[in-house]
Design a protein. Structure first.
Length: 282
């Protein structure tokens, strides 16, 4: 590593990446590792890993580098999926290019995809990825991918709100938490009825440091329902919370019989199970 790169957070690959949707060539940005760039902090109740700012590099947001966006057509996907999109979705992705650009321009009119990415490009990338994944067929398991990207978008908007408190990014944070709740609940429902079987080998995250697998999906379905589910109809609220609590109960029960379950996830599941139970009693 050269002296010039020691103080940098990321780098652009020398080889071109070719967008599978529009064939535009661009340079992919990668996060540098080591050197004290990432100082892991606590794990949030939404399974987000927080990082402490380092004296040398300041705040580092790993999420920004795990979504890829074509600077020309705004096709966007998780880095592991970008070069291999669902073939059945490509035509729709191409036709929606103008709509994607317009949707993002209302929030971020000054994005710069050729310079080192900021939180704005990260948030925009996950927003765009949700739009693109929604065209996927069941074989590509698009629903959980939409959920993961919506959740990460909420995290990016939360960070933007902390930095720019007068820009109403907290409103967008809530919107994407609600979107995540919808997609996570749909993913579990479609998995259970066989409509969209989930590939157990995929990385469910939800963050970039831990893969909590489908157990994490079940937990987040309950967490998002509890925190962002509709509260306008008490009867429907009780029913949805009851379903979420049963899913969490199974997760807690499985944890008791298996030492392979992450202890952090089990502890959070127990706490969530109690919170949901207390609300149902009330």
């Amino acid at each position: 590593m050269s002296d010039a790169s020691l103080g940098k957070i990321s780098f652009f690959q020398k080889a071109d990446t070719v967008c599978p949707a529009c064939q535009t060539k661009f340079k992919r940005e990668e996060l540098r590792v080591g050197g004290g760039r990432l100082i892991a902090g606590p794990l949030g109740n939404d399974l987000r890993r927080y990082y402490e700012a380092s004296k040398k590099f300041g705040d580092v947001y790993p999420l920004v580098y795990f979504v890829m966006t074509c600077p020309s057509c705004y096709y966007s996907a998780l880095g592991t999926d970008f070069l291999n999109p669902d073939p059945a979705a490509l035509d729709a992705i191409r036709l929606e290019a103008s709509a994607r650009k317009q949707a993002v321009a209302t929030i971020f009119p000054d994005l710069d995809w050729k310079s080192p990415h900021t939180l704005k490009e990260g948030a925009a990338g996950y927003f765009l990825a949700v739009m693109c994944y929604q065209h996927g067929t069941a074989e590509f398991t698009p629903t959980i991918r939409c959920g993961i990207c919506a959740l990460r978008a909420a995290w990016c908007f939360a960070d933007l709100h902390r930095r720019f408190s007068s820009e109403n990014f907290d409103y967008l944070e809530k919107i994407f938490y609600h979107k995540a709740r919808f997609f996570y609940s749909q993913a579990v429902e479609r998995e259970q009825n066989g409509e969209e079987p989930v590939n157990a080998a995929m990385n469910f995250g939800p963050d970039v440091d831990n893969n909590f697998g489908f157990d994490g999906v079940m937990y987040l379905t309950g967490f998002l329902e509890y925190n962002f589910g509709s509260q306008q109809n008490a009867e429907l609220r009780e029913k949805s919370l009851g379903s979420a609590r049963r899913a969490i109960a199974r997760l807690v029960g499985l944890g008791k019989s298996s030492k392979s379950k992450p202890s952090a996830l089990l502890e959070k599941s127990k706490d969530l199970h109690k919170l949901i139970g207390d609300e149902i009693k009330e």
